[in-house]
Write a protein that binds this ligand. Structure first.
Ligand code: KG4
Length: 293
């Protein structure tokens, strides 16, 4: 007998994107609608939570209707509605995690950032070199015209924890470099600063990840989160994984930054495990990866 299809309407509104998707059996994305508020927050140089939450309320019904209509489905055909209620991506604006994925929804974090997340460092450095918000994509683009070896920025190691990250020293090194150029009246080559900074982030992420792959003997490596859409990072991981003979999995960029399709996929496996919540479910800003409310 054919198993019944499970169709999930997923909603993601944890930051500055209002997104809804319809996902069938955890794998088939029937629609993936993303309303980005980025333009709205650009003039403030970052996400303003109060504005973000108002805009979510304004847009959510329209985004959901569009997701259902693009999927050719009605609300009452949905088996479940899934919502983001906690943070969790790796290499994103809020996290830089190195994670062993044991099963769907079962994670062991073996490395984390001690201070800034990788995306946060991208955003702060972009602001400092005048590229503005959102920093990651802008640094990514400008870096293509710069020399990644022009300036040597530090590749921080966290002494007692091999897989942990620290990006705040790198950010300070960039700020110091900019100050010293200004004091000496030297020209600041934005593309070189961007490319050299990006290369420092990439080196650290790749080195820690490949060390972990080696030590634990894994054959598969995947990246996720906003920074995972960085073109330099993707090609560096491609090369490193090829060298290590490890399969490399990278979602297309639209599935790296905030989107509801990933929520629909994660929710499918939760649904199969029988996890359900009531309408009183609230957001848990400090929820740990793999934990449930
Ligand atoms: O996962 P994500 O969309 O959302 C949250 O963390 O909420 O990640 C957003 C982060 C931002 O810091 C943004 O600057 C960074 O991902 N990002 C990038 C790129 N695209 C987005 N960083 C580097 N290169 C990119 N192409």
């Amino acid at each position: 007998m054919m198993e019944k299809d499970i169709q999930i309407l997923a909603i993601e509104s944890s930051c500055d994107e209002t997104a809804a998707a319809v996902v069938k059996n955890g794998r088939e994305v029937l629609s993936n609608v993303i309303y980005s508020q980025i333009a709205l927050h650009t003039e403030y140089g970052g996400v303003v939570p109060e504005i973000a939450s108002r805009k979510h309320i304004e847009k959510i019904n329209q985004v959901i209707e569009q997701a259902l209509s693009e999927a050719g489905r009605k609300l009452d055909e949905m088996d479940a509605i899934a919502v983001t209620y906690g943070p969790g991506l790796v290499v994103s604006g809020g996290h830089s995690h190195l994670v062993i994925v044991k099963d769907y929804g079962e994670y062991e974090i073996i490395g984390r950032t001690r201070d800034d997340a990788a995306g946060e460092a991208f955003d702060k450095v972009a602001r400092a070199i005048g590229l503005g918000y959102p920093g990651g994509p802008k640094i990514d683009k400008v870096s293509r015209e710069g020399d990644p070896n022009a300036i040597h920025f530090p590749r921080a190691k966290v002494g007692d924890a091999e897989y942990d990250f620290s990006f705040s020293g790198l950010k300070s090194a960039v700020l110091n470099y900019l100050n010293s150029c200004q004091m000496k009246g030297e020209e600041i080559r934005t593309a070189d600063v961007a490319a050299s900074f990006q290369s420092a982030v990439i080196d650290v992420l790749v080195e820690h990840s490949m060390n972990a792959v080696h030590k634990y003997g894994y054959q598969k490596f995947a990246i996720a989160g906003g920074v995972a859409s960085n073109s330099g990072l993707r090609s560096a991981f491609e090369k490193a994984c090829e060298k290590e003979k490890v399969s490399f999995y990278h979602p297309s960029p639209v599935y790296c930054t905030d989107n509801a399709a990933m929520i629909g996929t994660a929710a499918y496996y939760e649904y199969l495990k029988g996890v359900r919540h009531g309408l009183d479910l609230n957001a848990v800003p400090n929820l740990k990866l793999g934990e449930r409310a």
